[in-house]
Design a protein around this ligand. Structure first.
Ligand code: HEC
Ligand code: HEC
Length: 343
């Protein structure tokens, strides 16, 4: 909980600073990297007017993302828990592992298509992409640093002084809002929009018969939550993992009992790569996930009504149907995204 309080204090601080900083900063004009929303995607939620992506800002963000010096003991970078080859998820740890091998409380999600998301974290506790790195840096179970100290460290490194000037014009010193903007420039570029499904959606390729059958089943049973081209309606739901919730989920943020056990409905893009599954890494395989929806859904007061039809728990799916849905989910893997040299 205290994390979120920190975030909200910083929110005020950052908003105040972002306002002034726009007047001071002229991004350099070396744009090879540009943010272009894919034509078949919705409008981005991120306000690029306040923080346009530039090549040097993007490269700075990438360097920060991969730099362990941002953690207390210089051992943990963002990229320790968000691994590019796996759509920036963490396959090795059920719960993420930070400095001093401290174990976190949730599974690290993928980072993709962030520019289109409204809220961040499994409980939606972070309302803006610019605030996400603060939470990771200051979380004692992740990087256990303070924002102020990170900025001090960066100001002491000549290379960063040069890179920040390149990205943000003639600034006196590095400050937190600029660092957070660089992070967002990098993360906003991490767009996954070229899976086989995208190709199919754009009429450039066909799906196999089984993939089509799986897609039809998916539309029938899953799409109400994992909706649209982003494969999430960006809402919160209790999908029946437990009867009692140690992690209250969305209720931690809303402080509303009706949200106990609800978590952000995750995108299913690149889902084959981003195991283990669910906020608490409950399942190691997609087979287990489908078995859960078919036969494992547990009842509780906040269970989503879509998973309780006429008193029967779960979604009625034969083993064969489960397998067809998994075949369809394989079409959401975007090899170009995970092998993109730029990222
Ligand atoms: C120790 C592992 C760890 C480190 C280091 C880490 N993260 Fe994360 N990240 C997580 C976990 C776990 C979550 C989910 C947090 C939650 O839901 O409470 C997360 C969530 C996120 C999200 C939100 C994704 C979404 O869909 O909601 C973004 C973006 C992100 N991290 C970026 C970063 C950045 C940038 C850094 C470095 C400044 C970083 N992370 C460092 C583990 C880590
Ligand atoms: C009522 C809304 C709802 C429906 C319907 C639904 N899901 Fe989910 N799904 C969720 C939520 C919420 C989560 C995250 C739960 C958590 O972590 O506690 C989730 C998580 C997942 C995950 C894990 C994602 C990850 O990154 O860990 C997969 C895979 C998944 N669902 C597949 C499906 C499939 C396939 C169907 C249809 C058979 C389906 N879902 C139907 C709400 C739903």
């Amino acid at each position: 909980m205290s994390n979120y309080k920190i975030v909200y204090c910083l929110l005020v601080f950052v908003v105040v600073f972002l306002g002034c900083e726009n007047l001071l900063v002229e991004p350099s004009k070396d744009e090879k990297v540009q943010f272009v929303a894919p034509a078949h995607f919705p409008e981005p939620t991120y306000t690029f007017k306040n923080n346009p992506v530039t090549q040097s800002g993007f490269e700075l963000g990438k360097k920060l993302f991969n730099d362990p010096r941002l953690s207390r003991d210089n051992s943990v970078a963002c990229s320790n828990c968000h691994i590019k080859a796996l759509a920036f998820a963490d396959p090795q740890h059920d719960f993420s592992v930070g400095v001093d091998d401290r174990i976190g409380i949730r599974n690290a999600p993928a980072i993709q298509n962030m520019a289109f998301m409204k809220e961040f974290f499994w409980d939606g506790g972070v309302p803006h992409l610019d605030f996400v790195p603060t939470n990771a840096i200051e979380n004692p179970l992740e990087m256990d640093e303070t924002l102020i100290h990170v900025v001090q460290k960066l100001n002491g490194i000549e290379e960063y002084r040069v890179l920040f000037r390149k990205a943000f014009g003639n600034i006196d010193s590095i400050n937190a809002p600029l660092m957070l903007h660089a992070f967002s420039q990098y993360m906003n570029m991490l767009i996954s929009a070229n899976s086989k499904y995208d190709q199919f959606y754009l009429g450039k390729t066909q799906l196999t018969q089984n993939e089509q059958k799986g897609m039809a089943l998916f539309k029938q049973h899953c799409e109400t939550c994992h909706s649209g081209i982003l494969f999430t309606n960006q809402g919160y739901a209790n999908n029946g993992l437990d009867t009692m919730f140690l992690d209250l989920g969305r209720a931690l943020i809303s402080e509303d009992g009706r949200d106990i056990g609800k978590f952000k409905i995750p995108s299913l893009r690149n889902i084959v790569l981003t195991k283990p599954y669910m906020h608490n890494a409950r399942f190691a395989t997609l087979e287990q996930v489908l078995e859960h929806y078919a036969n494992g859904v547990k009842d509780s007061p906040t269970l989503d009504p879509r998973l309780k039809n006429n008193g029967k728990l779960g979604i009625s799916l034969s083993k064969e149907e489960q397998q067809l849905i998994i075949e369809f989910l394989h079409t959401l893997t975007d090899k170009d995204f995970v092998s993109n040299e730029l990222f």
